[in-house]
Design a protein around this ligand. Structure first.
Ligand SMILES: *Cc1c(COP(=O)(O)O)cnc(C)c1O
Length: 425
């Protein structure tokens, strides 16, 4: 589900023709659909309403403050992984009591900022970090709540870079060691160690790994409660399948149908940290074709967006559907998959202007015939798209535009040449 659709051969973001935006603001440009964000959030909130649940949108997926503002207004909490994200959340008007803080390398400064803000939970990833939080909390005279991030050793079967819940990743504490951590720190008066956290990784496409991991964690919770430790919350992280290609992943409802019954009657508050499943298909990256050329047996389409705008294809070998913004009727049928069986498509590599072989968006991809000057939409660019953008090759970052119904507004300006050297004087 999203609000990017073709009408009479023209691509619309909600009720705005995307070409209007490109004409006014140039390309490349990120276009977000507010309704898509909010509908995903509402669906998750609704799917879990049978149990006490806090949805904490994972800021790192897509962090523009204007997006965080309307998410906070719609009742979202936030999952943060840095002091900068805490700052963004607070500036956006987030309720600190709905903020959870993960990350293996929290600095003293960041810990103090989070203590001062009064966040809901520190999701702690090592004994050494917990000792540091205890020391800092004593100094500040605060007693924060702490969730222990355990590593359930379950593989979501995704890319190695987005697998975080198996042994031999840097994240969390092995589940076998968790009990010892409670023995050592569970009674420490400087913190309230009262929750368990996990995050399997990103872009899993099945519910099974969550069920397996929650089962392991519930067994741990039982053991800990038998030893009289208070466990009030279970945070099951993010990583829910996002709709990169239409309906490939289970919906929020499908996940909830498996997860809610496991937690009913367990006296555990549930925390979810969805990122990509909310943000991914809430945005497209619009780019203009600069040149078409052939090299060997290959046809290259060189566009004005580069890996500095969207790094997911080279970084994760990620699939992004790419299609012209104006198409003949026979091409306006859209199933956003790799293998399209429509007559008249041509196979091309869609690449950027950056001086790196890794600067590509798609290889051997079937798309309708295109020429210099055409506009292409790179779909499902909302998660880890702009958020991972850089100034590599001294390219100003693309503007971000938010569409709401038939209106649109710039929520981040295009970076100018002056911006590139602003901090260097
Ligand atoms: C990145 C991250 C998430 C969000 O992951 P998605 O795949 O975007 O849903 C949630 N929790 C933690 C701890 C993360 O690091």
């Amino acid at each position: 589900m999203d609000y990017f659709n073709y009408k009479q051969g023209k691509l619309f973001a909600e009720r705005v023709p995307v070409e209007t935006i490109a004409e006014q603001l140039g390309t490349p440009v990120y276009i977000y659909s507010k309704a898509t964000f909010l509908e995903h959030l509402r669906k998750i909130q609704h799917a879990y309403k049978a149990i006490d649940t806090m949805v904490c949108y994972s800021i790192k997926a897509c962090s523009n403050i204007n997006i965080l503002k309307f998410m906070a207004k719609a009742g979202s909490g936030f999952d943060i992984v840095s002091g900068g994200e805490l700052y963004r959340a607070i500036q956006a008007g987030a309720d600190p009591a709905k903020i959870v803080y993960a990350g293996v390398g929290k600095t003293d400064k960041e810990i103090i900022e989070a203590l001062d803000a009064g966040i809901a939970y520190f999701n702690v990833e090592s004994e050494a970090e917990l000792e540091n939080i205890i020391r800092t909390s004593k100094q500040k005279g605060k007693t924060p709540k702490v969730a222990l991030r355990v590593n359930p050793d379950v593989d979501p079967k995704t890319h190695t870079y987005t697998t975080t819940g198996v042994k031999e990743t840097k994240f969390g504490i092995d589940i076998e060691r968790a009990e010892k951590v409670f023995d050592q720190f569970g009674e420490n008066p400087a913190v309230k160690l009262c929750a368990i956290d996990m995050h399997l990784g990103s872009a899993g496409h099945t519910v099974g790994p969550y069920v397996e991991a929650i089962n392991k964690i519930l067994a741990l919770v039982d053991k800990l409660r038998k030893k009289d430790f208070t466990i009030e919350t279970l945070d099951i992280g993010g990583g829910y399948g996002a709709d990169y290609t239409t309906a490939q992943s289970p919906s929020a409802d499908d996940y909830a149908k498996a997860i809610v019954p496991m937690l009913k009657g367990k006296k555990l508050k549930l925390i979810l940290e969805p990122g990509a499943s909310i943000a991914a298909n809430a945005s497209i990256l619009l780019t203009r074709v600069l040149y078409c050329k052939t090299g060997g047996r290959k046809n290259f389409v060189i566009v004005d967006a580069g890996m500095n705008d969207l790094i997911r294809p080279p970084l994760y070998n990620a699939f992004h559907f790419i299609w012209p913004t104006t198409v003949e009727k026979r091409f306006s049928y859209l199933k956003r998959t790799e293998k399209l069986d429509i007559k008249g498509l041509e196979f091309v590599d869609v690449v950027g202007p950056i001086c790196e072989g890794a600067d590509f968006f798609a290889k051997d991809r079937a798309i309708p015939p295109i020429k210099r000057g055409d506009l292409l939409s790179i779909f499902t660019a909302g998660a880890y798209g702009f958020a991972m953008a850089s100034n590599y090759n001294a390219r100003g970052r693309a503007p971000e535009v938010l569409v709401d119904g038939d209106k649109f507004e710039i929520i981040r300006k295009r970076e100018s040449y002056e911006n590139l050297i602003d901090l260097e004087k």
